[in-house]
Write a protein that binds this ligand. Structure first.
Ligand code: ADP
Ligand code: TMP
Ligand code: ASP
Length: 238
């Protein structure tokens, strides 16, 4: 499987065309970004751990009824995926308050929410990924009602499946972000599920094991990602 053209170079991944028009190669780089690209650094080995972590999570989700864009892992940093028309939207679920919601609502970090909270954000770094609601999505034509319902349904299912998976390994899934796209009229989970796009805390010590280590300058970012992978029994090839 050959990479032909790099069609997008994002903050952490690049997408390449292949000899099949329906397929892309998703390359995970070591680039790490936070605060909508305002803080950036290359962290050696992050691309490899995230590619293999993502493949494991996506396989687990598929086995539990959430279809997604992954076709196969190609090598340590690259996976073959279906080429989707992506919604310009980020779907977030929070089980506890942390990050932007604490600033927005003045909430204490770690507060357990009465029920999982779903939020949409517009994918636009220049605007700082603003919080939006269903009405914005409909009015601006970013998705229709059925598509909104389906994205929410699948995101809640991801939360249920992964909260259990992580808790069984002594980790609390505090919150996460996922993205969806359309492939042949079907809405599929796409992009990635890695410690770059979620918050994971050790359930005993509450130690942060995710990209907050980078955001907050806590150090040992890639090491923590490896520890999370180890706990899940993922064998990472470097
Ligand atoms: P960002 O765009 O936030 O800088 P990345 O560096 O992760 O993020 O770049 C990956 C890009 O590829 C994102 O814009 C994402 O929406 C897009 N993408 C993810 N999966 C697919 C897919 N299967 N088909 C097409 N685009 C995808
Ligand atoms: P937030 O607290 O910054 O709103 O983020 C909530 C969760 O979603 C957190 O795990 C980080 C993730 N996320 C991203 O990975 N990328 C984004 O652009 C946004 C808005 C959130
Ligand atoms: N994903 C965004 C970025 O890479 C926001 C964040 O993680 O803080 O900048």
């Amino acid at each position: 499987m050959n990479k032909i053209n790099e069609i997008t170079k994002g903050k952490a991944k690049s997408m390449f065309t292949t000899d099949n028009d329906d397929h892309l190669i998703m390359h995970f780089s070591d680039d790490t970004s936070a605060f909508d690209g305002k803080k950036k650094e290359a962290l050696l080995g992050k691309g490899a751990v995230n590619n293999q972590f993502n493949a494991f999570i996506m396989e687990h989700l598929k086995n539990n009824g959430v279809e997604n864009h992954i076709i196969e892992v190609i090598d340590s940093t690259d996976s073959l995926v279906y080429k989707l028309n992506m919604f310009p939207i980020e779907c977030v679920i929070r089980n506890r308050a942390s990050g932007s919601i604490c600033k927005r609502l003045g909430t204490e970090d770690g507060l357990i929410l009465e029920s999982p909270l779903f939020e949409f954000f517009l994918k636009d770094d220049d605007l700082g990924d603003p919080l939006i609601n269903d009405e914005h999505i409909i009015s601006f034509g970013w998705a229709n009602n059925d598509q909104i319902k389906e994205m929410k349904k699948q995101t809640y299912k991801v939360n249920e499946i992964l909260s259990k998976l992580f808790l069984d390994s002594g980790l609390i899934l505090v919150d996460f972000k996922v993205e969806f796209g359309v492939y042949k009229d079907k809405i599929l989970l796409a992009d990635e599920f890695t410690p770059d796009g979620c918050r994971l805390w050790d359930s005993k010590t509450m130690k942060k094991m995710d990209k907050d280590r980078f955001r907050q300058g806590l150090g040992d970012v890639v090491e923590s990602y490896h520890q999370v992978a180890d706990r899940l029994g993922i064998n990472i090839e470097t």
